[in-house]
Design a protein around this ligand. Sequence first.
Ligand code: DGL
Length: 275
Amino acid sequence: MRSDYPIGVFDSGVGGLSVLRAMRDLMPEEPVLYFADQGHVPYGPRPLEQVRGFSEAVTRFLLGKGAKLIVVACNTASAAALHHLRQTFPETSFVGMEPAVKPAAERTKTGKVGVLATPATFQGALYASVVERFANGVQLFQDTCPGLVGRIEQGDLDGEATRRIIESALRPMLDGGIDTVVLGCTHYPFVIPLIEQIAGENVRVIDPAPAVARQAKRLLEAGGIKLPPGKRGGVRYYTSGAAAGLQSLLPKLLGENGAVQSVSWDEQTVMVLEG
Ligand code: DGL
């Protein structure tokens, strides 16, 4: 495995760009392949088994393109598939996401924490284990924010519909006395300004992306495959949805432009569409 090979990053859609943004800040020299499975977004309401199948196919695609490390930049895919991916691809290092209940439980003063994540993430064993290990004595308020992933996929970060979803998720939590909100879905960091506006300055919002980027860097260093700082690495984008849609959102969500290629699914395999 060579250090100039790219890091593979995937999500159901644009959510993983919040993780990619943190990775670009921390190690801009690294080349990246970013896969948005927008033909299947949202993952959140789907059965875990189906998300596991998508995640395996996408991982296979990224490894086929030479990925040296896979960042599962999606809480739902991590909940559904991280364990399975590590077993299926034992030679590959993976970085996954889990809701940041631990830092939230350490920092809360009121002992009340809100968690925003998808239904599949709340159902998975990963979340149950995080809660069991770290939430002792802390009251958790959970909400799946129905429709929010779709709004963010449309690039609607501050419209009326987006605001209504966030307000109805946060209202019972705020009334219940939370002082911390955990973003358990990688789409949600894009609406932090709105969350902060609604929740007020006494509520801390925890975005796990910087910690995930640091973990990716640690793994690259430990494996001896970290590219030394130098010129900015390129990002290649793939989507199983509409290339033009993703391409037009990149400047807004990531602050960079990029070329996006469409891919198609054939049974269990992802293929690049020519042209
Ligand atoms: N961005 C995702 C997550 O972190 C998936 C959202 C979805 O597709 O429902 O959970």
